[in-house]
Design a binder for this molecule. Structure first.
Ligand code: NIG
Ligand code: FE
Length: 391
């Protein structure tokens, strides 16, 4: 197998303290990375790099692990420009807008849905995302949810069934009947394509009992839980996520002290989605309190046409630093290793021997520039599974 060395890296983020400076980012100055096939096989100081078939000179740029976007909703058609405009004129965000996207998504062909996913993925890859999770949730019929997941599974291995996004408009007068559909025939049709099951546990969507019914039914079919929790207000979502050992509780915008303690004492990752607060003009999640309590924090885009229409992890990193009290180091860790933890993966989100060779060469001498130079396209090139994709 061909070996390639990327040399003269000004600062390499490995996310393994023992490989670098003992900080969580495991930084190595003047570093090199050696790739064989789709894997990293060596990291260290550039002067000590072993001989390889190919050498690529990073010329003093920084290298970071590819971003792991562990929360997106890419299976949709249409957009909601008017709703965004209304919000920016003072209207509040509600989950009701989801119905607009459900209508557009049901009307779209398979080809249109697949082309949309491919387009947003290409957009994300150019910005350094090498792994992404995505969900259904804009079909809300057995057929429409199953086709969304079938299409999603062609693009990523991290697929989530979110039939419980809102009660389908077809069941407006019978929410219990909709929960029966989601936990019965819809789950049967969707489980073969998915790894995860999710529920929007929120006023106006599903309450704690309904959410528990959805997640436990999914678990019985071999899907692992993750939860949209505490986005629009306080509620039972976070505690339920911890109780069921969900991989992640996502949003976490409104947390009590008890919620924070529960997260800190669990393996459930708090996935923060600053694009949603930005695009809905909501209060920021308190990342500082979560981190100081010892919770594991991930950062993701939540890319969707309603509450957060961005595919940019660098943008989310910059928001987290500016507005959520995270340091540049913490934000980068959360957008890479944190996302991997939220997907319960150890082969991504790090640049260590044995890990997948997913890395981003930045047009900057340090990862700190992602927040220090917000909005600037700093991705020089992206390596995905050992292949150089350009930027
Ligand atoms: O994560 N919270 C629920 N779902 C999405 C929003 C979906 C929409 O508005 O279309 C979210 O923010
Ligand atoms: Fe979401």
């Amino acid at each position: 197998m061909t070996t390639t060395a990327i040399t003269h890296i000004a600062a390499l983020v490995t996310n393994d303290p023992s490989l670098g400076d003992n900080s969580p980012l495991g930084l190595i100055q003047d570093a090199a990375v050696v790739i064989e096939g789709d894997r990293v096989v060596w990291t260290g100081e550039s002067s000590k790099a072993p001989a390889t078939d190919i050498a690529v000179d990073a010329a003093g740029r920084a290298v970071i692990p590819g971003f792991v976007d562990s929360h997106s909703h890419l299976l949709f058609a249409g957009d909601r420009t008017q709703e965004f405009n209304a919000r920016m004129s003072g209207r509040a965000y509600t989950a009701g807008g989801i119905r607009t996207t459900v209508a557009a998504t049901r009307a779209a062909t398979d080809e249109e849905l697949s082309a949309n996913v491919a387009r947003y993925l290409a957009e994300a890859l150019r910005q350094g995302t090498t792994t992404f999770e995505t969900k259904s949730g804009y079909g809300l019929t057995v057929e429409d949810e199953a086709r969304a997941l079938r299409i999603a599974a062609r693009h990523t291995e991290e697929v989530t069934f979110l039939g419980a996004h809102i009660v389908s408009p077809d069941y407006a007068d019978d929410p219990a009947g909709y929960v029966d559909l989601v936990t019965g025939p819809m789950l049967d049709a969707c489980a073969p394509y998915a790894r995860w099951i999710d529920v929007f546990c929120e006023k106006g969507a599903f309450d704690g009992d309904q959410a528990r019914a959805v997640l436990t039914a999914g678990r019985a079919k071999g899907l692992h839980p993750r939860v949209h929790a505490n986005q629009l207000g306080h509620g039972p979502g976070v505690q339920l996520a911890v109780e069921l050992d969900a991989a992640s509780a996502d949003h976490c915008t409104h947390l009590t002290d008890a919620d924070i303690d529960a997260m800190a004492q669990s393996a459930t990752v708090a996935t923060l989605l600053p694009g949603a607060e930005f695009s809905t003009r909501a209060a920021w999640p308190d990342a500082r309190r979560l981190l100081d309590a010892g919770a594991t924090v991930a950062l993701s885009t939540d890319c969707n046409p309603g509450s957060s229409f961005t595919s940019s992890m660098p943008f989310c990193v910059a928001l987290a630093v500016r507005d959520m009290g995270m340091t540049p180091d913490e934000a980068l860790w959360s957008a890479t290793a944190g996302g991997a933890a939220a997907l319960r993966r150890t082969d991504i989100g790090r640049i260590t021997p044995g890990a997948r060779a997913d890395l981003v060469v930045l047009d900057a001498p340090s990862h700190v520039h992602l927040a220090y130079r917000p909005g600037v396209p700093l991705v020089h090139e992206v390596w995905r599974r050992g292949e150089r994709t350009g930027a």
